[in-house]
Design a binder for this molecule. Structure first.
Ligand SMILES: *Cc1c(COP(=O)(O)O)cnc(C)c1O
Length: 391
């Protein structure tokens, strides 16, 4: 019997620890209600030391962090930037903010992330055309690390810097190293749906002190040190608020616990569907430790002739928020003119994942009853679908 639910089960809602209010109160009591103040620096130190980078700059969003990452790497009008195709639009939009052109790189089956093979083909074609990219944006989707050793080897061979979009992978590791610390720059997001949140916010990390200084300078209106504010270039107003950094400090304290819970939620789903033919989950590639930000699966077998869209609708009618996997960016109308390199000439990995894939509610506040409801409903759906097929 499926229990009656009091409220809708969301994909990944904010999960407060209860300590946040104390930090916010401290900001209010000391009147640091500004995009400056003591919480900011402490929050930056917390994240930098957590991931093991030499410094960090707190910003208003993950998107603004990508924007400034590209800016500090001198990406401009007409430049090319390689980017994972299997991701959220925010990974690539900042390329266009700068008048540059994204070139999309397909996924590979082991991690569902950037294919080193496709990347190598894209590099060799760009080399021939005399148009090497200015940067490469690698995404660690749903918290699963990409194959960073192979990807770094390819990019290093061409001396092209890497930006890691680790918005979904705070807490994930590859070969015992945190995602976001392999490339020249890593970015994180603290949007309300991410693994920890400041309601909205982002962070840029790097081991390059000059690059961190440049980021801070650009994020605070590019003011030259002169009493009258001298401006030699265009700046941005991208600094995170000290109030929100306070929320972040409380959230960092429970980060490992949150990752453990998401991993446990994933394990429960995986066990529940272990015997269901045609269902497979996003793999955790050897040497990687995934945050399992969202549990992602594909439904493919002759027994389960299903579509993610129908599944999402079926679950929505039962108070469950599920989502198809990210639509590959090279299929998005806004990027229709962009170049795209598939995993191999006849194998399009991200497209197949999008055709068959589903994300399930995975928030760290998900209760056992709620998860049981999701599992029962998805099983009921798959059963109905296979019955439909027989008729
Ligand atoms: C959420 C997200 C972003 C953007 O982060 P915001 O803080 O919402 O701007 C970028 N890339 C990926 C993969 C994301 O999931």
């Amino acid at each position: 019997m499926v229990k009656k639910l009091k409220q809708r089960i969301l994909l990944s809602p904010p999960h407060l620890s209860g300590e946040e209010y104390n930090y916010v109160k401290e900001a209010f009591d000391s009147n640091w209600v500004a995009p400056a103040g003591p919480h900011l620096q402490r929050f930056e130190d917390d994240i930098a030391s957590y991931v093991g980078s030499s410094g960090a700059v707190a910003l208003q969003s993950g998107t603004s962090a990508i924007h400034l990452a590209l800016k500090t790497l001198k990406v401009g009008e007409g430049d090319r930037v390689f980017c994972s195709t299997f991701t959220f639009a925010a990974s690539a939009n900042p390329i266009r903010y700068l008048g540059a052109e994204p070139v999309f790189i397909d996924s590979e089956p082991d991690t569902w992330n950037m294919s080193p093979q496709a990347l190598a083909r894209a590099f060799s074609a760009s080399m021939t055309a005399g148009e090497l990219p200015k940067a490469v944006i690698v995404v660690h989707l749903y918290g699963q690390p990409a194959k960073m050793d192979e990807i770094m080897a390819v990019c290093d061979a061409y001396h092209v810097p890497v930006i890691e979009d680790a918005a979904e992978s705070l807490g994930s590791k590859y070969l015992n190293r945190h995602t976001g610390t392999f490339g020249k720059i890593g970015i994180f997001s603290f949007n309300g749906n991410k693994i920890i949140t400041t309601s909205g916010g982002g962070m840029l990390v790097s081991d390059d002190p000059e690059l961190l200084d440049e980021t801070l300078y650009l994020a605070t209106q590019a003011k030259q040190p002169a009493l009258h504010y001298q401006h030699n270039e265009i700046g941005y107003n991208y600094r995170l608020s000290n109030v929100l950094a306070g929320i972040g400090r409380a959230q960092v304290k429970v980060l490992d616990e949150r990752v453990n819970i998401r991993r446990a939620i994933h394990r429960t789903y995986a066990e529940a569907f272990a015997d269901v033919p045609g269902i497979s989950f996003m793999p955790e590639y050897q040497g990687s430790y995934a945050s399992r930000w969202l549990t992602a699966l594909v439904m493919e077998s002759s027994d389960t002739p299903t579509s993610p869209e129908r599944a999402v609708r079926y679950l929505a009618e039962r108070q469950i928020e599920a989502r198809p996997l990210w639509k590959p960016l090279h299929l998005q109308p806004v990027f229709a003119d962009s170049l795209y390199y598939p995993h191999s000439p006849n194998v399009h990995v991200a497209e197949r994942l999008f055709d068959k894939g589903l994300c399930l509610p995975s928030g760290s506040s998900l209760t056992i009853d709620e998860q049981t409801h999701v599992i029962n409903c998805l099983k009921a759906y798959l059963k109905e679908e296979s019955a439909r097929e027989v008729i």
